[in-house]
Every structure is written in structure tokens, then in C-alpha cells.
Design a protein around this ligand. Sequence first.
Ligand code: AMP
Length: 392
Amino acid sequence: MKIMAVNAGSSSLKFQLLEMPSEEVITSGLVERIGYYNANFSIKVNGEKVVVTKEILDHKVAVELVVEGLLKHHIIESLDDIKGVGHRVVQGGEIFKDSVIITDEVVDQIRSLNDLAPLHNPANITGIEAFRKALPQIIQVAVFDTTFHQTMEEDAYMYATPYEWYVKYGVRKYGFHGTSHQFVSERAIQLLDNPKAKLVICHLGNGASLCAVDGGKSVDTSMGLTPLEGIPMGTRSGNIDPSVLMLISDKEDKTFAQVLDELNKKSGYLGVSGISNDSRDIIREMENGNHRAKLAHTIQIKRIADYIGSYYVYMGGLDAIIFTAGIGENAPEVRAHVLDAVKVLGVEIDHEENKKRGEHLITTKNSKVKAYIIPTNEEVMIAREVLRIEKL
Ligand code: AMP
């Protein structure tokens, strides 16, 4: 059965068509620069990327192109070949504690959460509406970045801010990257053959978050009301004293929105190093002796280690640390320095194994706490959710 996994941004639409339950990728593609005259539509046909540049003024046209492309290249023979579409939705708030079949009411509920994710939810809805129009007879499922974290206890998700802010406006920690943390933790539980395992998942990509998973459930995570909270990332600052907003706003005559934008887009690796948001550039320049590149790296390592230590205490132990996403899967230096920073917990890295790629153990036989690389796969997780929800 063919299931489509969709991730719609404000000017982009990423998709993957999977054969389920075998989880084989049939094709994948991307529409970029939606809203422009020179938008790009790319789709893989027999492993080759086919690219078309043309005017694509909205998501509806983008979805029509995707469907046309699938038929034209005989990836599907009829629309009925697609049995379900899964949509990534960033913010599910406290409304969605599970993935859900999309109805008009669900779309309204997702829209009601726009204030909590103004950069993401409206774009996700645009994608959903376009697919519902193009494929009205096919079941569509919303899979939220936040639902995996809905198992956090109050002491983990509440901020120590006036309680009315929570009651009136939903001010609390929601956490993100939930589909990735869920996919990776389910795999770690299989590898450890221990459903009660205590895990820390380090999803380190351009966006980055950590998650404490106890017995398959998220008990804490580093991102908060928005993805800005937590460890420093490619361009995000992670945790700072909120008073910085006032100071920079005053000194540079900028609005809070402008300063917030700099905390989201000009901070992290990029802000500290002044070089790049990409870990490859940071590591290269650090090895060339650049002080600020080294500082960007060491700040991040310290903050990751801080979270791992606090999750160890919160869960009362730790069986494994898992690295995933662009940096977690590909940057041995980052993994080695993180594991070295938490060696007091009983972690002993195997440096030879750490140099290798793909899913495997990177600690020695004697290591009390294990560490693994487990490549993430959010599309597969979305397709699995469509299958599970469809069968309910
Ligand atoms: P993601 O957001 O998961 O796609 O991760 C993207 C980030 O992963 C990039 O910005 C890089 O910092 C990092 N990355 C990707 N490939 C490599 C690599 N081969 N070595 C080091 N870092 C990498």
C-alpha cells in the first residue's frame, strides 16, 4: 500500500511516497520557491532527479504538479494507488495527544494553535488544504511534532511564570522533533532489547533538541514553547536570559520581534563563529585554530552535556545516549566531545567505531552507558502513523 508523507513549509513542499508496511521509498521530491515565477519542482524517477523550473504561485498548484508528476512518470497508475497522506504539523498544542484523521474540525483546531507556531502551522495548513482538494477521496492524517512529548509531567513542561499565562495563552513547554525522537527511541529500545530503557536522544541537525525517554515515553525535552529554547543550534541561540531582549532592543533601537528574529536566525553556530551555521565549516575552522569557531563548538558541547546530566538525574539513571540527524549522524568530532564531556556517567567511547557511519554502537564493551548512532527517518514515522491511525 502506498502512503505519502508530506512536509509543507511557507514556500516549500517536501514529499516522499512509501510502500507500506515494507517502508521502501518509491519516490521523493520537493517543490521550492512556491509563490514565485521561477519555482522548482523536483522528483526522483528511477533514482534520477527530474527538475522543472516554472511558475508555481501557490500550494494548490504545487500539489497538482506533484500528482501530475507521479502519474506522468508512471510512479502511480491512478490516484487510487495512494491509500493515505500523512502531514507533518509542527504544533499540536494540548489538543492533539495523538495523530488524527483530518476533518474540517481538525483543520480549525490546528488553525486555533497558529499563535503558538506562527511560522509553521499556517504553512502546514496550506499544504493540508491543497492535498485535501487534490485528493478528496483519500484519507489524510496529521502527525504532530509535539504529540510524542505530551507524556511529560507538569513539573517538566510548566514554566515558573505566572500560572494565568498558561491558563489564558497556553504558555508552557511543548517540545518539537517528536516524530524523530519517537522513531529513534523505538529503534533504540529494539537494539537494547529493553522496553524500559532510559534514553537520551540527541537530535542534532540545523535545528537541534534533546529528549529524555523513559520506558518509550518522552519525560523531558529541550525545546519549549517554540523551537528557540534548549541547546544552541545552527542559527538559534537556545537558552538565554530573556533580559537580553530588552537590552538589545534598547541599544540597537530594534523591536522585540527583530531581536527575536536574530535569536532565531543569526545566533548559534553562525552568531558565535561569524562564519557559518554548518557544523562542517565550524569543525574545519576550529581545526585551523579559529577561536570563535572553537567557542561555537565548545558552547554547544557544554550545553548538550548539561542536558544529558540533568536527564540522568531526572530519570534516575541512563542506559543509552543516541545520536541522530545531520550532525549527530555525520560529525564524529561532536559525538566524541559530547561523550567525553559526560564520561563521569560511565560512558566509554570506542574511537574506531565512532569514525564509522550508519546505525551502530559507538561505546566499548565496558561502557556502563551505551551510545549509538541511529539515523532518523521522520517520513517513515509519518507513514507508520498513517497506517496505525487508519486501522483504528
Ligand atoms: P539536518 O537539519 O538534520 O538536515 O542537519 C543539517 C546539518 O547537519 C548541516 O547544517 C550540517 O551542520 C550537518 N551535517 C550534514 N552533513 C554533515 C557531515 N557530513 N559532517 C558534519 N556535519 C554535517
